[in-house]
Unconditional design. Structure first.
Length: 196
C-alpha cells in the first residue's frame, strides 16, 4: 500500500543561465508538490533550479520551507517570500535539518552541492539512519551517466545489489512522486554489516 510522502526535500542546482528544459522541470516539480497537497523543503535559494522549484510550489498555493546556513544567507541568493525560513550555523547542520524534515528526497539536476546532498541521503539510507526514498528527476538524461556509475559500482562489488533499491529515477515529476509513495525499503539492508 502506498504511503503518501507529505514533505519532499528537494536538492537542486542554483546556477544561472541553465537550459529552459531544466527550469521548466523544476517548476513542474514544485507545482506537482503543491497541487498534491505536499510540502516542499529546500535550501532557500532563489536562483537556478532552486528558485524554480520554489516558485512552482508557491505559485500553486504550496507550503515551502527554506533551510539556509549563515554564510549563504545573502539577499542576492535567498528566496525571501517562503512559508518559513530556518537559519542554521553551517552547511552540515543545514543538510541534517533538510534530511530530518523530508519524508522523501528528490535530486533535480545540479552540481557539487546537489550531488553531495543526494549522496549523503543515499549513504544515510545505506547505513540505516533512515528508510526514506530517494529520487532523481532525470531531466533530458542528466543523471544517466551518474546512474550508470552506480550500476558499475554494484557490478564491481563496491555497492551491494540490494542498495540499488534505495533510489528511483524518472523524467516526469508526477511519476517520480508516485514511485516515491510506492517505495518500500529493500530487504537484507544489513547484509553488508555482517558480511553474509
Amino acid at each position: 500500500m502506498a504511503t503518501i510522502r507529505k514533505t519532499i526535500t528537494v536538492y537542486a542546482g542554483s546556477a544561472d543561465s541553465l537550459d529552459q528544459c531544466f527550469v521548466d522541470a523544476a517548476y513542474a516539480l514544485g507545482k506537482a508538490i503543491a497541487t498534491q497537497g505536499r510540502q516542499l523543503v529546500f535550501g532557500s535559494g532563489k536562483t537556478g533550479l532552486m528558485g524554480a522549484v520554489a516558485r512552482g510550489a508557491l505559485d500553486h498555493g504550496g507550503e515551502v520551507i527554506g533551510i539556509i546556513n549563515d554564510d549563504l544567507n545573502l539577499p542576492e541568493l535567498v528566496f525571501d517570500k517562503l512559508t518559513r525560513i530556518e537559519e542554521v550555523a553551517n552547511i552540515q547542520i543545514r543538510q541534517a535539518r533538510m534530511n530530518e524534515l523530508g519524508d522523501a528526497f528528490i535530486a533535480l539536476p545540479g552540481g557539487f552541492g546537489t550531488l553531495y546532498e543526494t549522496l549523503e541521503a543515499l549513504t544515510w539510507a545505506q547505513i540505516g539512519h533512515h528508510t526514506k526514498p530517494i529520487g532523481f528527476l532525470n531531466v533530458r538524461g542528466y543523471y544517466d551517466l551518474f546512474l550508470s556509475m552506480l550500476d558499475l559500482a554494484i557490478e564491481e562489488g563496491f555497492i551491494y545489489p540490494e542498495h540499488r533499491g534505495l533510489y528511483r529515477a524518472y523524467s516526469d515529476p508526477i511519476e517520480l512522486l508516485q514511485a516515491l509513495d510506492e517505495f518500500t525499503p529493500p530487504e537484507n539492508m544489513n547484509r553488508w554489516l555482517v558480511r553474509e
